[in-house]
Design a protein around this ligand. Structure first.
Ligand code: UD1
Length: 353
């Protein structure tokens, strides 16, 4: 294995790719970095590259937003000539976003081996676009790097040969461990001492006016007991405006850079979210996490970590909030191999191939 090409596109991809890029660079292999442009705003992309010390992409496909079909198709169309020209020995794709599945499809048709970082996660909920991306990408991948044992179990169930699966741990936690000292020394920036940190962007929560309104009502209730810090994803910001939802009771912020967001997570009394990665980060940090989803592709954060699925159950959210305010929050453990060396393990496996 001499030449590895990485494909990233959306915010969580950057956090996952950074430690792998670093570990492969240390081993002196040739690498090419392709940014699809799925996320393009400065605070959704560039800031992450700077803070995570990711080198400037060799190629930016500049695809930007669109429907699922048009975004995926546009990434495929513009990525194919890049693969044909750069002739990598392997292409690494990350997570479960549209950029991940688009790149995997292109490579498998060109007979270029695909490695999937964060393989095997399943919510078993096909109404989530990411679940489709996960299933298809894993089906196409030649080598599958899993973050936790449940990923191996899911893949074996689906008939993936054992020898293709490598349990390496969680690359997102590699980035967290690397930048936690910087996060801990971040100034408080006028934020309150005790607060709930909120993020919200899943289509099932924000694209439906009634769901979004109900969640904001619940958050307004929470804000009577505890200050809320709510950095708003562009998708959610658009929907709030489109639906004319009043957000005066909640202080809405723009998306926050990685280190500052990590700092806010590590100091939060509770995190309320529908993100995937944040369920993992809070589990590592030991911070209570209430997830506004009925299922998760990251069950280890519930069985072992601090995560609780509250779905759309408003009373459930209120009950869990009460426990947290009384200091009776759920305690958790850190999953095995979430230790800062997942990227090194991946690089070691690739080097031997
Ligand atoms: C994508 C991923 C999701 C991931 C999330 C992290 C898919 C299917 N979804 O969702 O799994 O959790 O990223 O953030 O790939 N927009 C901007 N600026 C940007 C990027 C997006 O304004 O830099 C707006 C666009 O109007 C766009 C909308 O946000 O229509 C949604 O962006 P998109 O990339 O389609 O999906 P995300 O909701 O970000």
């Amino acid at each position: 294995m001499n030449h590895i090409l990485h494909v990233v596109g959306a915010r969580p991809n950057f956090v996952k790719a950074a430690p792998v890029l670093r570990a492969i660079r240390k081993r002196g292999l040739r690498q090419t970095l392709v940014h699809t442009g799925q996320h393009y705003d400065r605070n959704m992309s560039d800031v992450f590259f700077t803070q995570l010390e990711i080198p400037e992409p060799d190629v930016n496909l500049g695809v930007k937003s669109g429907t699922h079909a048009s975004q995926t198709a546009e990434i495929m169309r513009s990525f194919e000539p890049v693969v044909l020209e750069s002739k990598p020995d392997m292409v690494l794709v990350y997570g479960d976003v549209n950029s991940t599945v688009a790149a995997a499809l292109v490579c498998s048709k060109l007979l270029v081996p695909v490695g999937h970082v964060e393989a095997g996660l399943r919510s078993f909920d096909r109404t989530m676009p990411e679940e489709i991306n996960r299933i298809v990408t894993d089906r196409l991948a030649d080598i599958l790097f899993t973050p936790s044992e449940d990923g191996d179990t899911n893949l074996l169930h689906e008939g993936v040969p054992r020898e293709r699966i490598h349990l390496v741990g969680n690359v997102m936690i590699d980035s967290l461990i690397q930048l936690l000292p910087a996060a801990k020394s971040c100034p408080k920036n006028g934020f309150p001492d005790r607060y709930a940190l909120v993020t919200l962007h899943r289509p099932s929560n924000v694209d439906d006016v009634d769901s979004l309104r109900a969640i904001l009502d619940s958050l307004t209730n929470v804000s009577k007991e505890l200050s809320i810090i709510f950095p708003v994803h562009p998708r959610t910001r658009q929907r709030l405006a489109e639906f004319g939802i009043d957000t005066q009771n909640l202080k809405l912020l723009d998306p926050i850079p990685y280190i500052e967001f990590l700092s806010l997570q590590s100091r939060a009394a509770v995190v309320i979210t529908d993100s995937g990665g944040i369920q993992e980060e809070t589990t590592y940090l030991g911070v209570p996490c209430l997830t506004l989803r009925r299922n998760t592709e990251r069950p280890i954060t519930v069985t072992l970590g601090t995560n609780i699925l509250v779905g759309d159950d408003r009373e459930g959210l209120a009950t869990e909030m009460e426990k947290i305010l009384e200091g009776k929050q759920k305690k958790g453990l850190r999953p095995p191999l979430w230790d800062g060396y997942a990227g090194d393990r991946i690089a070691g496996i690739l080097q031997k191939m």
